[in-house]
Design a protein around this ligand. Sequence first.
Ligand code: AMP
Length: 299
Amino acid sequence: MSILVVGSVGIDTIITPAGKAENVLGGSASHFSLAASFFGLVWLVGIVGTDFPKEHLESFRARGIDLEALDVVPGETFRWTGRYPEHFHGRDTLEIHLNVFKDFAPRLPESRRDPKIVFLANIDPELQLHVLSQIEKTRLVVGDTMNFWLATKRDRVIEAIKKMDVFLVNDEEARDLCATRSILEAGRKLQALGPKVVVIKMGEHGAALFHESSIFLAPAYPLTAIVDPTGAGDSFAGGFVGHLARVRQLTPLAFRRAVVYGSIMGSYNVVDFSAHRLLRLEKEEIDHRYREFEQLTRF
Ligand code: AMP
């Protein structure tokens, strides 16, 4: 099943308690696409400037990612600098330069207007809505957002959520959106906005899936050391959406397993800077970790 993703593709500088990585591959759509590419065909919709390193385009191509709708235009690529404090509690955005994203109006080629699954990665909600307006038929719309857009374009974020079948969100954003401390209440309130399925990601505490009236809880894979959490949410989404695309089913069981594949891809992403670990990942390692999850949760 084809997966279309629209999101940011950029260059990050990241400072964490484990060290610093300058000018590395970043962007929500980059992490998502690399993770999802282990499961199905990904069409990447985004924009970069002519300064975007060719090696990153090659990395996408090497994973079979379709770049037909990734515009390369004169100008500078999106840049983001972030810092994680001691113990990785929270994250500060030190710099954000939208650059070529400022005037981006994605236009999908005729041949890319009927994806089976659309993933609206973290990006300006206007762009998420703009892409949705061009999609002709799709089976499932999945989306994400981040605190930056909740603070600057809250109404448009809510507009986009209403159009989603599945909404993936982290715990702090869910609490903020729903004005509650309770994850359970937040999940139910978000479902009431429109999405049948809501996944609240709780970092090292795992993820909660709300599917119609049922709830499923999956742990996060236990790790001894985290290097860089950037893109964990997008990699989670890549595993989640990728699994649904691969099994071509939207059953309760498929959604539960999708959460586990999301946790697996997130866990691999955070042990190195940028998407470096995903770029070295082998399919067998995903299968191996899936079996470990089965052991971890069987009782
Ligand atoms: P995540 O850690 O899953 O929130 O994703 C982090 C990625 O999102 C980084 O690689 C950044 O390049 C990118 N990013 C940061 N801020 C924004 C923003 N406001 N809009 C779109 N992408 C962003």
